[in-house]
Design a binder for this molecule. Structure first.
Ligand code: SF4
Ligand code: SF4
Length: 422
């Protein structure tokens, strides 16, 4: 484990270190603590330091010794009590909630109601207001005004097993509808097995291997009873499901089943790249291309970069221009439950990214990770911006997305007049 060369390459890419400036927050710092103190000497300060990691994978991607730092940190967290560290009870409750993800629907309704009642009474930068903003008029959702039309379905009835992720399934139904709409143009029919559970990424990140394995076994079993490809429309769920076999290194039976499942899996943009779902529409009107900022989910960017075909799909519409940050992609600071444990660091990482992206003057921000989308939504509201955040499926769902339509998304109270409809 401890073959760190102390080269410092990890420090240059660590979003937490860039924000806090603390050496103990780098991968090098944490490995040094493990080497010198060991887990048995862990104190609350030690636990706090080990919780201050987004598990973004940026450090492992540049590590000269190819250390799997996420793995080392998760193993370390496994030795701590679930109720230790900053905001431990909130994190624990959030994980337990994911044992019953159906309850998220009730929370969504409650949050929408609270948002309506509290409205503008809360200060703009209030944490509660930012959380409620996620559900304001289905903030992450685009209400279909019926003018875009569903393209004629051409599917031939081949089943495509679907893992939408808990957020899309229970919190943001428009993401769900958009995925269905997109896939309806392919040769597949989506099949959502009712018995699927949360992917277990939050449990794994917390070092709760027993719970992570329990969820993994259930999903492997449910998907193992189906045939054909598996579509995963949340990037972080995809990255975690793909690595299920690592949870069973001492159990050949489940490891093999996990590997078999992984071979059937496709991430959304990868799936679209293999279909004739998206195509360039002829330019029938003089229209400015939509300026789209695509936020790379860290789990795809560092763990399975070759899979991500989102930019390709956006450009392929012929109606969008993908704009890039000069220094390359950056983490949004959400990190699963990291934003609960370290809200200040998380918000600082987010706000700097939001400011830098707003300087590029995007029309819309898109991504495929539900956590990133929520973080972006909160960041843009905190910055006072009306730029819309959409899941990739929401943006690609229409054959000819245009600047006019996205402006409609942003200002949903603007009604389309009759001539525009025709
Ligand atoms: S995983 Fe990300 S946040 Fe954690 S130490 Fe590595 S670069 Fe820093
Ligand atoms: S990049 Fe790897 S080898 Fe270099 S300091 Fe960081 S953890 Fe150690």
């Amino acid at each position: 484990m401890l073959t760190c060369a102390k080269c410092g390459a990890c420090s240059t890419v660590c979003p937490v270190f860039r924000t806090s400036g603390k050496e103990s927050h780098t991968a090098r710092g944490k490995l040094h603590l493990l080497d010198t103190l060991g887990l048995e000497k862990s104190s609350s300060v030690f636990i706090d330091i080990f919780s201050a990691c987004l598990l973004c994978g940026a450090c492992s991607a540049v590590c000269s010794r190819q250390i799997d730092i996420n793995k080392e940190l998760i193993v370390a967290r496994n030795s701590f009590s679930s109720l230790a560290g900053p905001h431990a009870y909130e994190k624990y409750l959030a994980r337990k909630l994911l044992d019953y993800p159906g309850s998220l629907t009730g929370l969504r309704i409650l949050a929408k109601t609270c948002g309506k009642v509290l409205g503008d009474k809360l200060p703009r930068d209030s944490g509660l207001r930012l959380r409620l903003a996620l559900f304001e008029g289905d903030a992450l959702a685009v209400s279909d005004d019926g003018q875009h039309g569903e393209r004629e379905a051409v599917n031939t009835g081949v089943s495509l097993v679907w893992f939408p992720g808990c957020s899309a399934r229970y919190l943001f139904p428009n993401i769900l509808d958009s995925c269905k709409s997109l896939v309806s143009q392919s040769s597949f029919v989506l099949h959502y097995p009712d018995d699927l559970v949360c992917c277990g990424l939050a449990d794994c990140a917390a070092g709760d291997f027993a719970s992570a394995q329990r969820k993994a076994r259930r999903n492997i079993e449910v998907m193992g009873a189906t045939k054909g490809p598996i579509l995963v429309t949340c990037a972080s769920c995809y990255a975690h499901l793909k690595k299920y076999s690592e949870l069973f290194t001492h159990d050949a039976h489940w490891q093999t089943r996990a590997e078999e499942m992984a071979l059937r899996m496709m991430e959304l943009s990868e799936f679209l790249a293999n279909q004739s779902v998206m195509h360039s529409a002829p330019n029938t009107e003089e229209e400015q291309k939509l300026r789209v900022f695509y936020h790379d989910p860290c789990h795809l960017r560092h763990e399975t970069p070759s899979v991500d075909k989102a930019r390709e799909q956006l450009e392929k519409t012929g109606k969008m221009e993908v704009i890039e940050l000069p220094g390359g992609s950056r983490c949004c600071g959400q990190g699963g439950l990291f934003h609960v444990a370290h809200p200040d660091i998380s918000a600082a990482i987010r706000d700097q990214l939001v400011q830098d992206v707003l300087a590029l003057k995007p029309d819309v921000v898109t991504s495929t990770c539900s956590g990133c989308l929520m973080q972006w939504q909160q960041g843009l509201v905190a910055a006072g911006s009306e730029i819309k955040v959409l899941h990739l499926a929401e943006l690609l769902k229409y054959p000819t997305p245009s600047a006019r339509r996205v402006s409609m998304y942003r200002f949903q109270d603007i009604k389309v007049n009759e001539s525009e409809k025709n």
